[in-house]
Every structure is written in structure tokens, then in C-alpha cells.
Design a protein around this ligand. Structure first.
Ligand code: PBG
Length: 325
């Protein structure tokens, strides 16, 4: 008789038969930075702060010392620099470019820098693309995004991550980067990015919520699975190197589909609301933050993700250390 409980009798046996492992190498930490003299707490994201530039440098040193080698940087732009033409996104002296140059000077290639490509931090309308007559316009936005990616590549960003969901942006970014000699820079496309209610704490951190309307004309309908395959085919054909699914937890089917339909690395983004929810549940005494964080991360890994962006990266690394016998 087959008795699967034989596999589970002791901790050593359970470890021997464990199919999937979370490793510190899988994890990417998102970090927020702003152009003020002091860091500020982010109310909706316990344990996370919008860092001033000096604190950001120190934090990255700490993050590296813990064995995490990739950060996704999100700049919080002061209101006075947000406009409807979003031109601050193209300024080679903008916060993102300055921070990148300082990080590269301090840590060189030890630290992988991921730069978000979308206009929302710079937009007085709070949209990822240019707004004209109440509509988010596609092709004009794509031109700006490609130029934005070029500025970031020149500043030293290793992985350009378009999170805007405009059509054709991966091809435009790839073409401009290649023409300008940056054929070695990776593109991590937010391939299946859903119009989700879990982005709230992030928008609070960047003060970037849409001023009117929502993002449903460009981010995907949460009920759609086949359409994710269309986005996948497009991103692969346009030259994306890494394909991302976002959010992660409610979209494990999409992660699994991607894993089985393509050989490229798959990233998953456990977003701000997913993290905040675990913290809130733990605060309410519903479950342990540590246990539930690890369960969600191993679930994302088991579904097929090769890399995971998570606000819990530092906590997860501590737990991985403490679990080693
Ligand atoms: C902006 C962007 C968003 C996130 C990453 N890049 C927010 C949005 O699309 O409104 C969300 C990340 C998170 O919630 O942690 N293009």
C-alpha cells in the first residue's frame, strides 16, 4: 500500500522530500526613495519607509549584507515636479538617475538595480501614461517610456521594468536601448499586470493614485486568463527577457501557465497590499506573519516563479537562516 505519510514521519525525511525551496537568490526587495532630508514612515506598509538618499545607500549596504542582491527602486517625486507632460521622467538628473549613479558607485555590480518604467510617479494625473482629453494615450506614451528607459540605462540601471501596460512598449524600449549601445541591459516586462485592488499602499507611498478614473483601460481584467497568453506572446516577440505576473498570490494560475509555455525566467510581484494584508492579519492575531509570509512565498515559487519581488524579502531571509539546522 502506498502510504504518503512515510515521507512525513520526521523533520529530516520531510526535508529530504521537499520539492520546492525558497532561496535568498530568488528574492528582490522593492524600496522607496525620496528627495527629502529624512526618511518617513509609510502608514499602510508597516516596516517600510520612504528613504532619504543617504539612508537608501545605508539600507542597500544592509540588504546586501543579508544576501539580497537585487532592489527594485521606486522614487517618490515631490508634487512640484509632477506635470501632465511627465517630463521629469526624462531628466537625466532626476531622483531615480541620481540614486542609481550613487548606488552603482558604492556597490558596482554587486547590487542589481531594477528601474520601474511608467509615468505615474511623474504624472500630475496619476496615470502610467499621458492623459489627453481624459484618455490615456498609447503611442505617445510609448515614445516617452523608451526615452525614460534610455536615461535609466545610462545612469546604470541593470534591469528595465516597464510596468505601464501600454501596447508595444517592450519593442520600443528594446529598439532604442540597442540603437544606443545598451544591448546588454535586461528588460523585465510586467507582462500580466492586473487592475488590482492590492496596489493601495504603494500608491500611498508615492502619492500616485489616479486623480480621476482608474487604470482599467490599460491594466488587465482580473477575470482573464487567455488574454495573459496574448500578452505573453507579444512580450516574447518584442524582446522581453523576463516576464512578470502581478499581483502574485491571486494569480498563481497565470504564473503556472507562463512557466509551462515559455522558457524565459518568470518573475512574480507580491505587491504592497498582499504584504500589508499579512501584517494586518498578524496584528489581528489571525495568523503568524512569519509563517504566512513563507507559505505565500513558497506557493508562488511552487506555481513556477523563478524570482519574487516582495516587501517581505528581508524577513524571509532571516527565516531562511533560522530554519537551517
Ligand atoms: C506603477 C506601479 C505600481 C506598482 C508597481 N509599479 C502601481 C500601479 O500600477 O498603480 C504596484 C506595486 C505594489 O503595489 O507593490 N506603474
Amino acid at each position: 500500500m502506498i502510504r504518503p505519510r512515510r515521507f512525513r514521519r520526521t523533520k529530516a525525511l520531510r526535508d529530504l522530500f521537499q520539492e520546492h525551496h525558497l532561496m535568498r537568490q530568488d528574492l528582490v526587495l522593492p524600496v522607496f526613495v525620496h528627495d527629502q532630508v529624512e526618511s518617513v514612515d509609510i502608514a499602510a506598509m508597516p516596516g517600510h519607509r520612504c528613504l532619504d538618499v543617504i539612508s537608501m545607500l545605508k539600507h542597500c549596504d544592509y540588504v546586501l549584507s543579508k544576501g539580497i542582491r537585487a532592489v527594485a527602486i521606486f522614487p517618490s517625486i515631490e508634487a512640484a515636479k509632477k506635470t501632465s507632460d511627465c517630463l521629469e521622467a526624462l531628466n537625466p538628473e532626476n531622483l531615480m538617475c541620481q540614486v542609481t549613479r550613487r548606488l552603482k558607485k558604492a556597490f558596482g555590480d554587486d547590487l542589481i538595480i531594477i528601474g520601474d518604467i511608467a509615468l505615474d510617479p511623474y504624472s500630475s494625473d496619476g496615470h502610467d501614461g499621458l492623459v489627453r482629453d481624459g484618455e490615456v494615450v498609447n503611442d505617445e506614451t510609448v515614445d516617452l517610456l523608451a526615452k525614460m528607459a534610455l536615461q535609466q540605462a545610462e545612469a546604470g540601471v541593470d534591469i528595465l521594468a516597464p510596468s505601464d501596460m501600454m501596447d508595444g512598449r517592450v519593442m520600443a524600449i528594446r529598439t532604442l536601448l540597442d540603437n544606443e549601445g545598451h544591448m546588454d541591459r535586461l528588460i523585465m516586462s510586467y507582462t500580466a499586470k492586473y487592475a488590482s485592488s492590492f496596489y493601495g499602499p504603494f500608491r500611498q507611498a508615492l502619492n500616485s493614485a489616479p486623480k480621476s478614473g482608474d487604470k482599467k483601460t490599460y491594466q488587465m481584467n482580473m477575470a482573464n486568463r487567455s488574454e495573459a497568453a496574448v500578452e505573453l506572446d507579444l512580450d516574447v516577440s518584442e524582446g522581453a527577457d523576463i516576464l512578470m505576473v502581478k499581483p502574485a498570490g491571486p494569480y498563481l494560475d497565470i504564473i503556472s501557465d507562463y512557466r509551462h509555455s515559455c522558457g524565459l525566467p518568470i518573475a512574480a510581484y507580491q505587491v504592497s497590499g498582499e504584504y500589508a494584508m499579512l501584517k494586518a492579519a498578524a496584528d489581528a492575531g489571525v495568523c503568524s506573519f512569519e509563517d504566512s509570509l513563507m507559505e505565500t512565498l513558497i506557493g508562488i515559487k511552487r506555481a513556477g516563479a523563478n524570482m519574487i519581488l516582495t516587501y517581505g524579502a528581508l524577513e524571509a531571509v532571516e527565516l531562511l537562516h533560522s530554519n537551517t539546522p
